[in-house]
Ligand binder design. Structure first.
Ligand code: FRU
Length: 479
């Protein structure tokens, strides 16, 4: 392995060195998944933003490439998206070359300092060599700020029925939709959300896409908020509704969350993947992201997740599950015999517990459950289900290094949405993160932790509940 530092994720993408935040510009093209990301190459704290770049053939193994976009006289390069302009609507393609076009926010630090209200504007750049090198459009910015301090994070997609591009933009306390025939000239269409959803923080990093449920199409609008999420700090809510190319209408007033955990933020989906929608978040929280105890780099992404709509008691929700490509780094699953679990025994005393793994089992939602990961330094992370509150939880109060920020040592909770007694959980364990996917991805918690030694013990305890079909799938490092 290439990376040996303490806490270094072994199968989640993290930059080789220095600071990373939001995933940006994810686009699939010619068999390659591109991932760009908010990147500051000079320090392990947030700074003047660049777009870093990495690629993958399978969403799991990543290769980091040179920086794609550097700050310029219009400002830092904030979050945004990328599209493949197959029809060359932009005219950037020459001699039949298909342009890849990035749409991002130019954040002018000078204007910000001077306390103006128009220092964030939307710009574009194009690449004719599959994302390796980029040329910024001479006519930037393409969407000028009308006087809204928080005006950023454009997500663009092709709206085929009306033959135009649609931009979903976070504009302070709402989303503003724009449309364009050519990615250069944009017209405001409508706004959504001033009175909907959670407004604990400014709206950021939106995404908009259709998904089908029982043959019927719905549109999902994803909106991140930097603070005020259910378990504190940053989180990602979503709305289900209809979009007609001009306006978005939500089907109800419920505020839904993609992942209730403290560490899944600013996630958006890959473009150009057809009907498949693959989501990736930044596995951190603005409350403490600049202070986590890693020495040479800071932060990683979540595991990429497939999104699907599911109906529960007449309500529609978005379920997220780890992409099936994860099995590409899995060794043969270990079936854990019932005897190895009795009374919350350490599973590691019966089987060889791998350092990196996915744990799956079935449980009974009428009982309490505790899954404990621990080490010989007396540190532990407890994940479980509380039947009375009907919710899953993660407690990282004693998980290791926690005192770098007072917001870190906390519990997080997610309500169980599924009905019925039988419940299934999947837990993905890397060197400094756990991702809980319960009931087929309806209730999710992603949480980082910083144990002083790897957790080499694991137990599952339930006073009365059954623990069935326990499988541990060892995972390999991608580095
Ligand atoms: C979200 C965010 C975006 C912004 C970027 C700056 O985490 O605040 O709204 O574009 O980070 O790095």
């Amino acid at each position: 392995t290439l990376y040996h530092e303490p806490h270094r994720p072994q199968f989640h993408f993290s930059p080789a060195a220095k600071w990373m935040n939001d995933p940006n510009g994810m686009v699939y093209y010619k068999g390659t998944y591109h991932l760009f990301f908010q990147y500051y190459p000079k320090d392990i704290v947030w700074g003047p933003m660049h777009w870093g770049h990495a690629t993958s053939k399978d969403l799991i193994h990543w290769k980091q490439l040179p920086i794609a976009l550097y700050p310029d006289k219009l400002g830092y390069i904030f979050s945004g998206s990328a599209v493949v302009d197959v029809n060359n609507t932009s005219g950037f393609g020459k001699k039949g070359q298909v342009p890849m076009v990035a749409i991002f926010t130019h954040h002018d630090p000078v204007g910000e300092k001077a306390n103006t209200d128009n220092f964030q504007n939307q710009s574009i750049a194009y690449s004719l060599d599959e994302g390796k090198t980029w040329t910024k459009y001479a006519g930037n910015p393409v969407v000028k700020n009308p006087g809204i301090r928080d005006f950023r994070d454009p997500k663009v997609s092709w709206y085929a029925a009306k033959h135009k591009w649609v931009m979903t933009l976070a504009t302070n306390d709402r989303i503003t939709f724009y449309s364009s025939p050519n990615l250069k000239d944009w017209k405001k269409e409508s706004e959504f959300g001033e009175k909907q959803g959670s407004h604990g923080g400014v709206w950021e990093c939106p995404d908009l896409f259709p998904l089908k449920l029982n043959g019927k199409e719905y549109w999902v609008l994803i909106v991140s908020i930097g603070s005020g999420a259910p378990n504190g700090g940053s989180g990602t809510q979503y709305f289900i509704g209809q979009f007609n190319g001009n306006t978005f209408t939500a089907i109800d007033d419920e505020t839904r969350w993609i992942d209730h955990g403290p560490d899944d933020y600013a996630g958006i989906t890959w473009s150009n993947t057809g009907a498949r929608k693959i989501f990736l978040g930044w596995m951190a929280n603005w409350q403490y992201a600049n202070q986590v105890p890693t020495a040479t780099w800071r932060s990683a992404n979540t595991i990429p997740r497939d999104l699907a709509l599911k109906q529960i008691n007449g309500d529609i929700y978005l379920a997220s599950t780890p992409v099936k490509e994860l099995s590409g780094i899995a060794a043969k699953a270990i079936d854990v015999p019932a005897a190895a679990l009795k009374g919350g025994k350490d599973i590691a005393s019966a089987i060889k517990l791998p350092a990196l793994y996915s744990l799956k089992f079935k449980m009974d939602s009428a009982e309490d459950y505790f899954i404990t990961l621990s080490n010989d330094a007396g540190e532990s992370l407890v994940i479980g289900y509380n039947k009375k509150a009907d919710r899953y939880f993660i407690n990282r109060e004693k998980s290791g290094k926690v005192d770098f920020n007072k917001e870190f040592a906390k519990w997080s909770f997610v309500p169980r949405l599924a009905t019925g007694k039988a419940s299934s959980v999947e837990l993905i364990v890397d060197a400094s993160s756990v991702e809980l996917f319960a009931d087929g991805g309806l209730s999710n918690l992603t949480s980082t932790y910083f144990a002083s030694k790897p957790y080499n013990h694991l137990s599952i305890l339930s006073a009365k509940g059954e623990i069935k079909d326990v499988k541990i799938m060892p995972l390999k490092s991608i580095w």
